[in-house]
Design a protein around this ligand. Structure first.
Ligand SMILES: *Cc1c(COP(=O)(O)O)cnc(C)c1O
Length: 439
């Protein structure tokens, strides 16, 4: 809490700085910074990582949990792949540039970020599609058990996919969604699969992956983890936790770009036996034998379905360079510091909001979720002032604290701008209530 006190002590200076500038934003990175926040940034060993990203001037980006920022090297890499590998290499690049194994190469680069061994992760499809594949594969490994157990309030696509899989299979299955606290007791003898998202998209609460996986195994069930809000945000220990399957997003904390390919993990002990239901030709043991019947590839390659999107995969591949040499525990520690600065600054400005995110750093990811009855309008007012977070139903202001590219001063400035919007009711305008298609 030392950092928090520092921030409180210096609040007046930052407030004066922000208010005297008319347009609130530009001043926070000029010379009028409070010395202590500036010192936190100066002494931050992660600060140089920001240079690996391209961020627009005048924007404080607190939505990297929804769409990661653009890594600086990605545009030139995608251009080179397009012009040279596609334009000149044409179809020869499947071999000459090994496009065919790019999904496995990218998977092997994601593996260390999620505590997985090489050969257990592949980049493919979307998280939604991968959920379908691992749910069916897991249920097939637990014949005779009928229940998919999940948390009430899981991300919609996880819930929808579980419902659909339950209806689809010949032996009728059932989805049970219970509150997080009721999960251990709900692991009864009829549960085939425990399907959970490690960090909740709405609240930022984090499950005990190792503990719940062990509880699932003790009950004879398998555990599937959705890492959409943890991969690239904090240390994830799939192998240590002994998880059975996992899926996750390429476009959130991994910064792979809008709609980037997702990834899927299979525990080594299941690699020889799992059977995913989308039997496409590139999951075949010998795609170019063009055989009439499907024989699955060995290992993780059987999670592949169709032709990989090489341009999108190349962007994700290059984006992963940003993690080179990065200590994920240090990333999480910085996110925790940013969390304290954000909330203490808001409180010091006299505008504390109810926080849905757990106070215990071990129980949360790297976002902060605050409640306000007019959260949608408040967020639009924030965005109009250059502070980009997002809104989640029904009343949540969500801010992603992505320490790869955020400065301490920015997070304090964002909290101050939020406080100002709340104090002046600047959000109370009709244009801020108009809902866009994407929120
Ligand atoms: C973002 C997110 C997804 C997204 O799935 P897509 O198929 O990429 O749209 C899935 N699950 C969780 C928990 C998420 O947060």
């Amino acid at each position: 809490m030392n950092n928090t006190k520092v921030v409180l002590k210096d609040q007046t200076k930052v407030a004066l700085c922000l208010r005297s500038a008319g347009a609130l934003l530009p001043c926070y990175h000029r010379s009028m910074l409070t010395p202590d926040l500036a010192a936190l940034d100066r002494d931050d060993p992660l600060a140089p990582l920001r240079a690996r990203f391209r961020l627009p001037e005048g924007i404080i980006y607190l939505d990297g949990n929804s769409l990661g920022a653009l890594p600086a090297d990605v545009p030139a890499h995608v251009a080179a792949v397009t012009e040279t590998q596609w334009g000149e290499g044409l179809i020869r690049s499947w071999n000459n540039h090994d496009w065919i194994d790019l999904p496995a190469r990218v998977g092997n680069r994601i593996a260390p970020l999620i505590g997985a061994a090489a050969g257990t992760v592949v980049a493919a499809d979307s998280t939604s599609v991968n959920l379908f594949k691992v749910l069916v594969a897991a249920l097939r490994l637990r014949p005779g058990r009928r229940v998919i157990l999940t948390e009430a309030g899981n991300f919609p696509t996880d819930a929808y996919m579980a419902d659909s899989v339950a209806r689809l299979l010949a032996e009728e299955h059932e989805v049970r969604a219970v509150p997080a606290s009721a999960l251990p007791a709900a692991l009864t003898a009829d549960v085939a699969v425990l399907l959970l998202t490690e960090v909740n998209y709405r609240t930022g609460a984090r499950h005990d992956m190792a503990g719940l996986t062990a509880a699932a195994h003790a009950a004879g069930a398998l555990a599937i983890w959705d890492l959409a809000h943890s991969a690239g945000a904090l240390p994830v220990g799939l192998a240590t936790a002994d998880a059975d399957f996992a899926v996750g997003c390429g476009y959130k904390y991994l910064n792979g770009g809008p709609g980037a390919p997702a990834f899927v993990y299979v525990a080594p002990r299941h690699l020889a036996t799992y059977a995913q239901p989308l039997e496409g030709w590139l999951g075949h043991a010998a795609p170019f034998a063009f055989a009439d019947t499907y024989h699955r590839a060995a290992g993780i390659d059987a999670m592949r379905v169709g032709t990989p999107p090489i341009l999108a995969l190349s962007a994700l591949d290059k984006a992963l360079d940003a993690f080179a040499g990065v200590d994920l525990a240090a990333l999480k520690a910085k996110a925790d510091r940013l969390f304290d600065i954000f909330l203490s600054t808001l409180a010091a400005e006299g505008q504390p909001l109810e926080c849905l995110t757990p106070a215990d750093p071990h129980r949360r990811g790297t976002q902060v979720s605050l409640r306000h009855p007019e959260a949608y309008a408040v967020m639009q007012a924030l965005i109009a002032r250059g502070v980009i977070g997002d809104f989640r139903e029904p009343d949540i202001l969500r801010f992603g604290l992505t320490p790869l590219y955020l400065r301490h001063v920015e997070v304090a400035a964002a909290a101050r701008i939020l406080a100002e919007i709340l104090a002046t009711r600047a959000w109370d305008l009709p244009q801020y209530r108009r809902r866009a298609k994407v929120v």
